[in-house]
Design a protein around this ligand. Structure first.
Ligand code: ATP
Length: 239
């Protein structure tokens, strides 16, 4: 443990019925870090993220945020404390407009006066959302929905942003744009935990990385070192 540990997962186990998807996972995210969690399909990455953000209950272990256990707390409470998630598949409110989706992201905030200014800020980060601000979210492209999901999470003014496979299903240009925004958000002081199948992109922007396989962490380290590690390259970078 480090003095700046913001998120600490220890001995985490999560099961679906009798099937253990996460089998005892330990990792930490320090304040001001960008950490990537990589690994193949079914490794348990999404399950881990859902356990942290309170949408799945855990079978064993603990999750600490800012030095206190958050075990058993629901997503609402956690967002209020600064822990926001951009879910896999985006989860935008399909029948609401872009502006309404962004407003929903601020539902935990008390400073209502600043919300309009923050929506303008999201429109500056994502000009595409501004052009379409009255469009129903369900009719937008996958990339636009990803931008909206990120904008909505940022509207809660998170301290930590957890992102589950933001590049999934997007064109290379859109992936570039999304990673550019992740980098900017991080540069502005938001701590980031990123789950990605695109291991090369994910490690390229990270400080540290963890590899997850079949419900356990199999490798961890400095992201740049992992990128040049022959084992990581062979298993995850298609070499
Ligand atoms: P992917 O990159 O494919 O999303 P992942 O690493 O995020 O993979 P998880 O989605 O966490 O993996 O899945 C881990 C394991 O748990 C898989 O074997 C999956 O089939 C199983 N699993 C996930 N959700 C459920 C569920 N609702 N009910 C039963 N099993 C589930």
């Amino acid at each position: 443990t480090n003095a700046n540990t913001l998120l600490k997962v220890s001995g985490l186990k999560v099961a679906y019925g009798g099937i253990q998807a996460v089998k005892g996972v330990d990792f930490e995210v320090h304040e001001g870090e960008l950490v990537s969690l990589i690994g193949s399909n079914g490794a348990g990455k999404t399950t881990t993220m859902k356990a942290i953000t309170g949408s799945l209950s855990i079978a064993d272990g603990d999750i600490e945020y800012m030095g206190r256990s958050i075990k058993g707390q629901g997503p609402w409470d956690l967002v209020k404390q600064g822990l926001a998630m951009v879910p896999e598949g985006r989860g935008v409110f399909a029948r609401m407009s872009i502006t309404e989706n962004l407003q929903m992201g601020a539902y935990v905030r008390n400073d209502k006066a600043d919300i309009a200014a923050d929506i303008d800020k999201m429109f500056t980060i994502f000009p595409r959302l501004k052009e379409r601000k009255d469009q129903l979210a369900g009719t937008m492209s996958g990339g636009e929905q990803q931008m909206l999901a990120m904008g909505r999470a940022l509207m809660s003014r998170p301290k930590v942003l957890l992102m589950d496979e933001p590049s999934m299903g997007l064109s290379p240009i859109m992936v570039d744009k999304i990673f550019e925004v992740i980098r900017d958000v991080y540069a502005q002081g938001v701590t980031v935990l990123l789950v990605e199948q695109n291991a090369s992109r994910a490690l390229s922007i990270a400080n540290r990385g963890y590899v997850m396989e079949s419900g356990i962490i199999t490798m961890s380290g400095d992201a740049k070192q992992m990128l040049s590690d022959p084992k990581v390259r062979a298993a995850y970078l298609g070499e």
